[in-house]
Design a protein around this ligand. Structure first.
Ligand code: G3H
Ligand code: 13P
Ligand code: ZN
Length: 321
């Protein structure tokens, strides 16, 4: 089975009122965990690859791993560039056959963001690729902090509904990542642990009223950062801070019902993997066979993905709609 187009996944998700899990892939074990959970639960899935993942694993390895996953499974799988920071990177991924790319110029002023996004949309649409862009500014790492081209912000800027309409109209982007109090990583909230879901409703309504229909919105930073994982990591020698905080899953459910069609999750996978690996090393310091710690890590990520797609995103059972 070939890749399934992101456009098709979006259309079905909007119709079925569920959200697609967009899970980050950096290596074989993460990919297998995601695909096995989605295959068993019959869920469509978006695999997303960041610039950092491409630097870490090499684009060709990732492409071949995904080809293997696609050929060994029956579910619809789309491949997406996460936080593309330049036209050139987006073009590279479009040329490699990604079904969608994100251009993230959200740190730029509005007009510059429009200009860069428009350029990507123009190229992408000529090559049958879907474009996600971001308006507003998430707190924290926008992409690869520390890597070349990375950006980090300590002050967020929420997406304004009227600007969202203007942005989508001017750029022609196919989906929009919103800033509604969300952020990346394991330390998302200092005070009250909630998204501005009222604002999300207003953005969705503004787009609808402007004639964009049921326009797909994207929620970045959607990890819930389960306390039990932080506790487990620390129990086995880790040092997660006291102040870990994620998006409550009840907020994600409301976001899904409000029209967040794509929900990005990476940090929770990292935590699950780390907890499992630490446990093996703590309980058996003599272990040095990678399969003995990467195997349990893969199993733990798989169960986490199963929980997300069944209980939070509600895309389980929708693979063959
Ligand atoms: O939003 C960022 C994702 O979690 C990807 O992170 O750039 O470290 O691969 P990364
Ligand atoms: P988390 O850090 O909350 O998992 O967010 C991931 C993400 O937005 C990837 O683009
Ligand atoms: Zn993100």
């Amino acid at each position: 089975m070939p890749l399934t187009h992101t456009r098709e996944l979006f259309t079905k998700a909007l119709k079925g009122k569920y959200a697609l899990g967009a899970f980050n892939v950096n290596n074989m074990e993460l990919l297998q965990a995601i695909i096995e959970a989605c295959e068993e639960e019959k869920a469509p899935v978006m695999l997303q690859i960041s610039k950092g993942a491409r630097q870490y694993a090499n684009p060709v390895y990732l492409k071949k791993l995904i080809e293997a996953a696609v050929s060994l499974s029956t579910i619809p799988i789309a491949v997406h560039l996460d936080h593309g920071d330049t036209f050139e990177l987006c073009k590279e991924c479009i040329d490699e056959g990604f079904t969608s790319v994100m251009i993230d110029a959200s740190h730029e002023p509005f007009e510059k963001n429009v200009e860069i996004t428009k350029k990507v949309v123009e190229y992408a649409h000529k090559h049958n690729c879907v474009v996600e862009s971001e308006l507003g500014h998430l707190v924290g790492a926008q992409f690869d902090e520390g890597e070349e081209g990375g950006a980090h912000s300590t002050s967020g800027h929420y997406t304004e509904p009227d600007e969202a309409v203007k942005f989508v109209k001017e750029t022609g982007c196919d989906s929009l990542a919103v800033a509604i109090g969300n952020s990346h990583g394991a330390y998302k909230f200092k005070g009250e642990q909630h998204l501005d879901l009222e604002r999300l409703k207003l953005i969705k309504k503004a787009l609808m009223d402007a004639g964009m229909g049921d326009y797909p919105l994207v929620l970045h930073g959607a990890s819930s950062v389960p306390k039990d994982l932080a506790v487990e990591i620390n129990k086995y020698g880790g040092k997660m801070g006291e102040d870990t905080a994620g998006v409550p899953e009840s907020d994600i459910e409301i976001a899904r019902r409000t029209g967040c069609t794509k929900v990005n999750i990476d940090t929770d996978l990292r935590l699950a993997m780390t907890a499992a690996i630490r446990k093996v090393f703590f309980e058996n310091p003599k272990e040095f066979d990678p399969r003995k710690y990467l195997g349990p890590a893969r199993a733990k990520v798989k169960e986490l993905v199963r929980h997300k797609i069944k209980d939070v995103l509600c895309c389980a059972g929708h693979a063959f709609d």
